[in-house]
Design a protein around this ligand. Sequence first.
Ligand code: COA
Length: 327
Amino acid sequence: MKLRSRITGTGSYAPKKVLTNYDLEKMVDTTDEWITERTGIKERRIASDSEAASDLAVQASKKALESAGIRPRKIDMIVTATVSGDMPVPSTASFVQSKLGARNAAAFDLNAACSGFLYGLAVADSFIKAGMFKTILLIGAEVLSRFTDWEDRSTCILFGDAAGAVIVEATEVDRGIMSTHLYSNGSMWDLLYLPGGGSKHPASKESIDNRVHYIKMKGNETFKVAVRTLEKLVVETLKANKMKPSDLSLLIPHQANLRIIQATAKRLKLPMDRVVVNLDKYGNTSAASIPMALDGAVRTGRLRKNDYVLLEAFGGGLTWASVLMKW
Ligand code: COA
């Protein structure tokens, strides 16, 4: 029997503090109506001062471990997809490893921006198929609020803080990850980036004055490329598996903008009741958005055994990715 990988547990965590569109009306020149119409977002969560990415990640991971019925010591590897980790060094995964007591686990972070979780699923799938590891904890965790320019109305309305986690296990049953598809185009890096804090623009008084430690985005251009790219990606993913859109029980897209999600669903002629949307409550949580949405679908019974589910994402890099699974 062929070795495959399967998600056997899911968990998610969002900080308690809610920031609504009405709250944002008091901070920048915007309205609830504009944000709702252009993005579908109504509110997002903001981490408390004492919460860093690893704290959110640990909460989500504990739930994923519990739902998979696995003890931390059984984990062979921890991968955290994030662009807003606790520190540049060590990795956020290292903090998670320590806080969970996962003493047998390798640990590292992965940066593919909003596509990070799906890149991580491809990594987990590959390690398992290669026979190197059997049990992997994959997390998407972001505290984007720390990198959001709260004076820039074109970006601060979009992002939120959250974490989602999954346990990926080796299996010989005919369920689990069927295919993974990863792409990038680094020549379009300047559509979405965070210039400060790295080796190109290290922190200085000047960098702070110039507000380079915040996310920058060319929203409208990014939007158009995202729609075009994702429409092509989902069609290619189904074709690679000789499947039709009607075979899908559920589409779980990255939660960036409701209009992007609707365009992808329309391309597949999928009714919106087969598409998971939670950005109204959480905004765009980058690498955390798909595992959050997946956990919600599992816990509300929207995803059942043997269902076919397509996950897709698009983000900074540019990067884009999809994963097809039999649940
Ligand atoms: N409130 C009110 N007006 C706003 C605003 C806000 N929060 N933000 C921008 N505007 C204004 C702009 O200044 C502009 O005004 P102008 O026409 O007078 O210049 C107008 O609204 C239109 O701006 P535009 O950027 O063209 O809007 P849009 O319809 O493209 O929506 C985004 C903006 C950011 C919501 C949308 O482009 C988007 O979601 N982009 C992609 C996000 C994404 O997928 N990211 C990658 C994956 S993470």
